[in-house]
Design a protein around this ligand. Sequence first.
Ligand code: C2E
Ligand code: CA
Ligand code: CA
Ligand code: CA
Length: 278
Amino acid sequence: AKAEGRNRFKVFNTRMLEDAIRLMDLENDLRAALKRGEFFLDYQPILALCDRRMTGFEALVRWRRPGKGVAPPNDFIPVAEDTGLIVPLGLWVLAEACRTMASWHERFPETRSMSMSVNLSAKQLAQPTLVEDVERVLRATGMDPRALKLEITETVIMDNPEVSILRLKRLKALGVRLSVDDFGTGYSSLSYLQRFPIDTLKVDRAFVSDIESSENRKIVGAVVALAHSLGLDVVAEGVELETQSDVLNGFACEAGQGFLFSRPVCREDVERLFGQGG
Ligand code: C2E
Ligand code: CA
Ligand code: CA
Ligand code: CA
């Protein structure tokens, strides 16, 4: 039994080593991919629930791997976060999203009231240079700061509340808006979040997908009402069904994002839509 145990330990160790090598390979691949320009963004529309008008987009990163197809963010963002590569990658995402929106604002008048949402990871918020970096990107791309929304998860904010509060206030001073992403999946309460200079709450898809259960319906209704009483507007994530949209609209939830309205689409598709005056 002892030998067996030792054997198993050895197997376990080899596996760990293989995993570590795979991670290092992926890290090197990611670094090279950033240099070679293999990342691109898709844009998912966000709509006002009362009249289904488009109010903005969320930029979502993808990786086109030569000969391997397109990798979704969940395949590489965690590694990018662990290795710190998320900092240069996130900055590229921010610049690309701002460049795109600034160009749409210029070319398509109907987009001028629309915003662009960009995800910020924990490592990015922890960068002392974040505010200057954002400021520089805004200036370089000609993006209207008021049209930029930065999405931060509640866990990231709660990681280091003192630093977060200062940095978020400095971001707000640039004129950009802030959203709490995936709300409901972390541990924070709305009353606590009120201490942070936040504009928008994004209710996580998990609550929306189960909104037909009477319990979840009550929770979402209460979250929306409390958010409104704190002066926040609410975006529901992952809206897939008309019934979900109806319930949310009944709660006066401002906006929705989900496959019911549109999947994330490439830049060219958005431009074709607006180019036709649609
Ligand atoms: P997220 O920020 O919560 O983004 C929304 C995700 O939900 C997207 O997945 C989107 O395609 C998906 N989604 C939208 N509507 C629906 C729906 O109706 N049903 C279902 N089942 N899914 C829906 P995606 O693009 O695979 O991104 C996954 C996550 O990767 C994002 O979750 C975000 O946490 C992260 N991510 C994506 N782009 C970036 C980025 O540029 N930077 C950072 N730090 N993270 C990113
Ligand atoms: Ca997001
Ligand atoms: Ca989200
Ligand atoms: Ca989510």
